[in-house]
Design a binder for this molecule. Sequence first.
Ligand SMILES: Cc1cc2nc3c(=O)[nH]c(=O)nc-3n(C[C@H](O)[C@H](O)[C@H](O)COP(=O)(O)OP(=O)(O)OC[C@H]3O[C@@H](n4cnc5c(N)ncnc54)[C@H](O)[C@@H]3O)c2cc1C
Length: 447
Amino acid sequence: MNNNRRRFLAALGAAPLIMHPLARALADDMPASLRGTKPVWIPANAPLSRVPTNLPIQGRVVVIGGGMAGATVAKYLRLWGGSGLQVILVERERTYVSSIMSNLVLSDALTIESLTFNWKRLMDRYGVKLVAGEVTAIDPAGKRVMLNGSSIPYDRLVVAPGIEFDPVAGLETAAAQDRVPHAWKAGAQTTILRKQIAAMPGGGVFLMSVPKAPYRCPPGPYERACIVADHLKRAKPRSKVIVLDENPAITVEKDLFTHAFNVVHAGVIDYRPGVGVQSVDAAAGTVKTSSGEMIKANVLNVIPNQRAGAILKEAGLTNSTDGRWSTVNELTYESTAAEGIHVLGDSAATMQPKAGHIANQEAKVCADVIVRGFLGLAPDPAPVTNSACYSPITAKTASWLTALYAYDPASKRMKPIAGGMGEGPASARNMEEMRQWFSNLMTDSYA
Ligand SMILES: Cc1cc2nc3c(=O)[nH]c(=O)nc-3n(C[C@H](O)[C@H](O)[C@H](O)COP(=O)(O)OP(=O)(O)OC[C@H]3O[C@@H](n4cnc5c(N)ncnc54)[C@H](O)[C@@H]3O)c2cc1C
């Protein structure tokens, strides 16, 4: 086990003790009124009674989206901000289905139910207020979000809406989208894709596409190819998996996935780099590739290109140079287009991967920034985040990848720390560690 890995596993396995911002602030320039406050350590999963009641914060933060980033920031704002900091979480779905691990539903290794979470513990333990509904507009000048014909005022707003998909020619209707599911937001589409795979004949063809980077979960599509190939070997002998990758090459863990495609799943996975999807005929079950080739398959799984959640575009906050993502101050996650609005998770344009683990990390940095802001304190000048990803390669083995990021004051960006990257080949032990990692991550975000 190398040092990076040991550090990473230690961080995951340790009891999730989180230093209260006031304790951290003592090391900084604490205002006179707060001097003398003792540093306190609060367990991450502290019950409501442990939410501090004596902090001099009065304010309201509205959070849009209860996914990996939104749930985590809501919890930690209450935990660190105390009972005077009202946190309202607005979510349009009734439950949250984790996309993380959802590829394993396709091979029947997991059920959708086992990946389904809700916000009850955030409400009961931490006093987060949940509002069911879809935010349709943001008024930065009036500091309000609009939903269900009414509006909610805020002092600070956190927007964490995940991703939106680009349209695919031929998949304009809901019926066509059900016939050719992307299953890249876990839920109903994952179940449809699972059923289609179950109905495939032996010797059939499963065709999937890899979207153009940047997209949600860089290793995810390659992981899906491996999981489906491994499953088909057993359940549907002689079947093939065709992978059309719009990118010029495998975007992450290149050696590992090259080995998986060419050795572990040799003869099953047909990987084609630099080939995109031009259009789809859902009824005929065909895809026209960017090179004009027509391919017929029993199951089509086209994963469209991606951009920031729709509410950010509607609010005029998709200000990256390509107009697809939201640019943020990477120290605070505050939008560079609007004061007082923070953007987290997949929608934010940072050098960190679009991943659930990073969304959780960004959320904690942002909660700390907001709490400090209410106290009149400057942000932590040196935040560090960590990303981890396990990828099942077969039913019994998984690979792993981890990276550490630190704020670089010169470029004002969160950059990978030299020597902080690590990856490891598929093993049974990683599969077991993957389950522990997922359980810890979801507990930290939802419980
Ligand atoms: C197959 C697959 C495997 C993956 N594996 C991993 C992995 O191993 N490790 C990893 O770290 N990441 C993984 N990911 C990526 C991970 O799921 C995402 O990066 C993560 O969910 C992003 O979190 P988020 O909070 O930005 O968005 P989400 O988790 O998608 O949450 C967004 C939430 O906002 C809500 N919302 C959106 N707009 C509105 C609105 N206007 N009003 C109200 N609510 C709204 C949505 O309903 C949703 O609940 C995987 C993804 C996929 C698809």
